[in-house]
Ligand binder design. Structure first.
Ligand code: GLU
Length: 274
């Protein structure tokens, strides 16, 4: 008994050292050791994250942002589809390293995960059938509005028009289908997602995006809680991307005047001096 006590005490100290090391180590080391960044992206949100019909590959603006980060880490990229409702749980459970999925950073989402600096800027609007007579959220009183479960859009529209009936779908394509079938009078979410729905439809001119912005939706990359090394790295990637012109190249590929989803770049990334 007397002899085993110091051995057990030493084992306990070693165990504590190891566990504190594990606690202090960053996700960065895990990613490098496995040689792969696992990123959560949307798979049905044109042009942020969706399956290209010709190549069957996941592509989009958010996918390219992840590709850049993986390249900077010198690792491969694995993409995992997330929805508005699953993206935060998937991050907290550790099944993805980060989430680039049209996600607005908000203080109320910041309790369980962390966010990068803003890497995309949008705001919420409504999409309706042309000739519906709906010109703004004021006209949605008593009407059904479709959006996605787990989105800020759900909450914002309830606040902007308490008299509308909000139907939350799994994703935006399902909400848009409901609009096409006349089951809802409008779809509401960030304007670029609405533009993606409208301009990917076989008959884009049958729909219009109307009214003023009802919210500001700055997108941040979702990151594991309390991992400042990883967060610093991702923020540095975004800043370098902006400063080198790479951001603009990717932005123009998806939202430039040559695309179907033109959105002029009217904001600047928050860049710290080097
Ligand atoms: N940006 C909003 C959000 O983070 C709406 C888009 C989405 O559902 O991803 O909730």
């Amino acid at each position: 008994m007397k002899k085993t006590f110091p051995i057990m005490a030493m084992a306990l100290v070693i165990l504590m050292l190891f566990s504190s090391f594990a606690f202090a180590s960053s996700r960065l080391e895990t990613i490098k050791a496995r040689g792969k960044l696992i990123a959560g992206v949307k798979d049905a949100v044109v042009p942020f994250g969706y399956v290209d019909a010709k190549t069957n590959q996941l592509v989009g603006f958010d996918v390219d942002i992840c590709r850049y980060i993986a390249k900077r880490l010198g690792v491969k990229l694995e993409l995992k589809p997330v929805t508005s409702a699953t993206r935060i749980p998937m991050l907290t459970q550790g099944s993805v390293d980060l989430v680039a999925a049209t996600m607005t950073h908000k203080f109320s989402r910041d309790d369980v995960i962390d966010f990068s600096i803003t890497y995309f800027m949008d705001g919420q609007k409504i999409l309706v059938k042309k000739g519906s007579g709906i010109k703004s959220v004021a006209d949605l009183a008593g009407k059904k509005v479709g959006t996605a479960k787990g989105s800020t859009s759900e909450k914002n529209i309830k606040k902007a028009q308490p008299k509308c009936i909000v139907l939350s779908f799994e994703g935006y394509p399902q909400a848009f289908l409901a609009l096409r079938q006349g089951k809802v009078a409008a779809v509401t979410t960030d304007s670029t997602i609405l533009l993606g729905l409208k301009n990917s439809a076989p008959n884009p001119d049958d729909y219009e995006i109307v009214g003023d912005y009802i919210s500001a939706e700055p997108y941040g990359i979702g990151l594991p809680e309390n991992d400042s090394d990883f967060r610093d790295f991702v923020n540095r990637c975004l800043a370098d991307m902006w400063n080198s012109g790479e951001y603009k190249k990717i932005y123009n590929k998806w939202f430039g005047p040559q695309t179907k989803f033109h959105l002029p770049l009217t904001w600047k990334m928050e860049i710290w001096p080097y």
